[in-house]
Design a protein around this ligand. Structure first.
Ligand code: ZN
Length: 315
């Protein structure tokens, strides 16, 4: 490890072409210091998740003049198609097969548009020693960092990031879900997913969590000097693979006295789905498992199959 003043470059990389012939490009920032590991950081796979890019702009201000041992590679807006449409998913016009960017990793250079886009980024991931994927949850999701339960390096990075809640995936050595985290793990790159609070708007506390979180990861691997600042309280949760879902479509009214972070018991009532026309109660929504509710759907129209609550067991 050898700390040297960072050299910054920003270059555009073409990932693919739209039907019109226009290119899809991303900006890749590199901060090169002395000898040391490489960390890849990306944000905005989902177009309404704005706190990642906002955090990376502030991180830039901290890194341009920093002394680094190693390299930080940053792609602030991975999915410009969804970002420009202000939508979570990529509009189906671009990719009817794979509207969710976070299900196509590691991509395929002969596949659908989004598979090609991901494939054109993948060498940045495999060229890194660790990866951070910044997301933003809804207002009704606990801020947390997620990593694979069987990956001790990713766990170390997740603990360093510094959120109060740490979520581990159910152990599954052969996860081909196409998420960035699973694909990186298969390629032997420890990766964490940070779910900052509040999608659709820039929330300053969430942005600050993102900036400090990435800096903590850089400290943990030695790219930045110093020790990470750990969260004062840490709760580790194992994700429940059976989320509570709507079995009926209609208007969902959650119990007003349940909030994210609350402990709920298996079978506890969380709300109800009503038919807004007939007034009929279509579903009494109950927690599939006991634990900490880390994500809850608020009052809204829901369709059968939609996730209404996620409860994870403390470990
Ligand atoms: Zn996301």
């Amino acid at each position: 490890m050898e700390y040297e003043p960072a050299t910054h470059t920003a270059t555009d990389r073409t990932l693919g072409r739209l039907p019109s012939g226009a290119s899809v490009t991303v900006t890749v920032h590199r901060y090169d210091g002395g000898t040391g590991p490489t960390v890849y950081v990306q944000a905005a796979q989902h177009g309404i998740e704005l706190n990642g890019p906002a955090a990376l702009r502030r991180l830039h201000d901290r890194l341009v003049d920093a002394e680094l041992a190693g390299t930080v590679v940053v792609v602030p807006v991975v999915n410009s198609l969804a970002f420009d449409h202000r939508s979570y998913m990529t509009p189906a016009e671009y990719d009817v097969m794979n509207p969710n960017f976070n299900r196509v990793w590691p991509g395929d250079d002969e596949g659908s548009l989004q598979e090609r886009l991901a494939a054109a980024l993948w060498d940045l991931v495999t060229g890194a020693d660790a990866a951070v994927d910044l997301h933003t949850g809804t207002a009704d999701m606990l801020e947390h960092v997620r990593f694979r339960t069987d990956d001790s390096t990713a766990r170390r990075l997740g603990e360093a990031f510094g959120t109060e809640y740490l979520l581990t995936d159910a152990p599954d050595g052969d996860d081909d879900s196409g998420t960035f985290r699973a694909a990186a793990a298969r390629a032997g790159i420890p990766a964490i997913t940070a779910e900052l609070a509040n999608s659709r708007r820039v929330a300053h506390s969430a942005v600050e969590t993102g900036v400090e979180g990435v800096r903590n990861v850089l400290r943990e691997v030695g790219v930045l000097d110093g020790r990470p600042t750990p969260a004062p309280d840490r709760t580790r949760l194992r994700d429940d693979p059976d989320a509570t879902v709507a079995t009926a479509s209609g208007l969902f009214e959650p119990r007003p006295d349940v909030a994210v972070g609350d402990r709920v018991a298996a079978g506890e009532e969380l709300g109800a789905v009503y038919c807004p026309s007939s007034f009929e109660r279509r579903q009494t929504v109950t927690a599939t498992d006991g634990g900490v509710a880390y994500s809850l759907t608020r009052e809204s129209v829901v369709v059968a199959g939609e996730r209404l609550a996620s409860v994870a067991r403390p470990v």
